[in-house]
Design a protein around this ligand. Structure first.
Ligand code: PLP
Length: 452
């Protein structure tokens, strides 16, 4: 009922939106209004015109895992802020200590939590650890970090240097040296890699073996880490084929390469386990997480390591450089872990991991059914409540549906049915073709039916 036209004009005049072409908002004719999200509850959000939307992507970027309007998280943050809002991370805080303990209890084999504010930063912390270990142990030689085609690790220059989505990086170079790309493992696109006659486990192992070939080409004594998303998010909701992860782990062990798993999207239950890697029986050395850690109620990210990694930063006290010389003013700022503690309590008490597995299977079935009805859906895939539908112009050739038409689908969902769905990033021409679904983990069958 409030007239928010002044807010819309202030936004139009002064806000620079993320990842947005503003020309439409500014046009003299056919001007569109920026969408202002005013309120949220559960899976639903309301815009400046009071229009209700179903949010099928948890805050647009796979973040609000426990849904909108959680007063208990707001209260936990409020109570903490009134008591102690901030002290730099060289000192401890009650919520940081308590959340770290609780988090580590969900991550067997892991032991230390380094706090930051965003996924990009958490990944940079991991990269810096790898680089410093290379200097401390290997005379700087074992410094290269492998990343995968179509994976994304963040927006900073170093994180973009490890970025497998070319559109995100275009025009922002030159990039940081020492990052090396390995092939993706999207079976539906195996033919584009010349691996079209392989499927399932054989394809998975071939993709992992391709990583080994690159390690051998670069020289194993120059490769410090391999950084991978457990299920690739913005690159097309890519679930790894059978056999892929165990072979990846084997290769890392063989060449003494640290395994850095980017759980920024998959972490905190998104795929039905606490962390995506836990589906695949692998043991990482470094795990980064952000989005779902506090479901967007506070900015928090974590770079979690094993005790063995941590030990390398305290094994020589005679060297004044031998500690992790990194700082982040707001990293671990008390609101973050206070929100994260309550977020985790909700995930547990409301059995949201179980719900994610059950509703994820249901939604995948519904997407399969849609695929049966519409030839433009070439492939549906995903894990838990993290699902994608790849759109094609032709099922035989698998030619991607042109980007404009994909945008028409998402635009139609928003305009006609008030459902907010996602679209993966362009990486190669015609790649912007996977619809993306990641509703809050509280989703019910009715919610999913409405989205479908
Ligand atoms: N890693 C992955 C897998 C992501 O999807 C993202 C963001 O979408 C990031 C890292 C970067 O996180 P942030 O935007 O919080 O810096």
């Amino acid at each position: 009922s409030n007239d928010l036209s002044g807010v819309v004009e202030a936004d139009r005049a002064h806000v620079w939106h993320h990842l947005s072409q503003h020309a439409g908002y500014m046009a003299e004719e056919n001007r569109t209004d920026p969408k202002i999200i005013v309120e949220g509850k559960g899976l639903r959000v309301w815009d400046q015109n009071g229009r209700e939307h179903i949010d099928a992507v948890s805050g647009g970027v796979w973040t609000v895992n426990v849904g909108y309007g959680r007063e208990s998280i707001a209260n936990a943050v409020r109570d903490q802020l009134v008591k102690m809002n901030f002290f730099g991370g060289t000192m401890g805080s009650i919520p940081a200590a308590q959340f770290s303990e609780r988090l580590i209890s969900k991550m067997p084999g892991m032991s230390r939590v380094y706090y930051a504010n965003s996924g990009s930063e958490a990944n940079e912390k991991g990269f810096k650890m790898v680089r410093q270990i290379a200097h401390k142990r290997y005379g700087g030689k074992k410094h290269k970090i492998l990343y995968r085609d179509r994976d994304y690790h963040g927006t900073t220059i170093a994180a973009l240097s490890a970025g497998g989505q070319d559109e995100r990086g275009a025009q922002y170079g030159p990039f940081t040296p020492g990052f090396v790309r390995v092939p993706h493992c999207l079976e539906y696109r195996a033919m584009d890699q010349g691996l079209g006659d392989l499927s399932g486990e054989a394809y998975g192992i071939a993709c992992a073996n391709a990583i080994e070939e690159i390690i051998l080409r670069e020289g194993p004594d120059t490769v410090g880490a391999l950084c991978l998303e457990p299920v690739t998010a913005g690159g097309g909701v890519i679930t790894p084929p059978e056999g892929y992860w165990p072979r990846v782990q084997e290769i890392c062990k063989k060449y003494d390469i640290l395994l850095h798993i980017d759980e920024v999207v998959c972490g905190m239950g998104r795929t039905g386990t606490w962390f995506g890697y836990q589906h695949y029986g692998v043991q990482p050395d470094i795990v980064t997480m952000a989005k779902g850690v506090a479901s967007g109620y506070a900015a928090i990210s974590c770079c979690v390591t094993t005790e063995a990694v941590f030990d390398m930063f305290k094994d020589d006290t005679s060297d004044h450089l031998n500690y992790f010389r990194d700082i982040s003013t707001f990293g671990g700022c008390t609101a973050g872990p206070a929100a994260a503690m309550e977020n985790m309590r909700i995930l547990e008490d409301e059995n949201l991991l179980e719900n994610t597995t059950a509703m994820g299977s249901y939604m995948l079935e519904q997407l399969e059914e849609l695929k049966g009805k519409h030839t433009c859906i070439g492939d549906v895939r995903g894990k838990g409540l993290f699902l994608g539908a790849e759109l094609v112009a032709d099922r035989e050739t698998r030619a991607p549906l042109p980007e404009k038409l994909v945008a028409q689908v998402t635009g139609h969902c928003m305009a006609k049915d008030a459902v907010i769905i996602g679209m993966t990033n362009r990486s190669v021409p015609g790649f912007n073709n996977t619809l993306c679904f990641s509703p809050a983990l509280i989703a019910t069958k009715d919610d999913i039916d409405a989205i479908i």
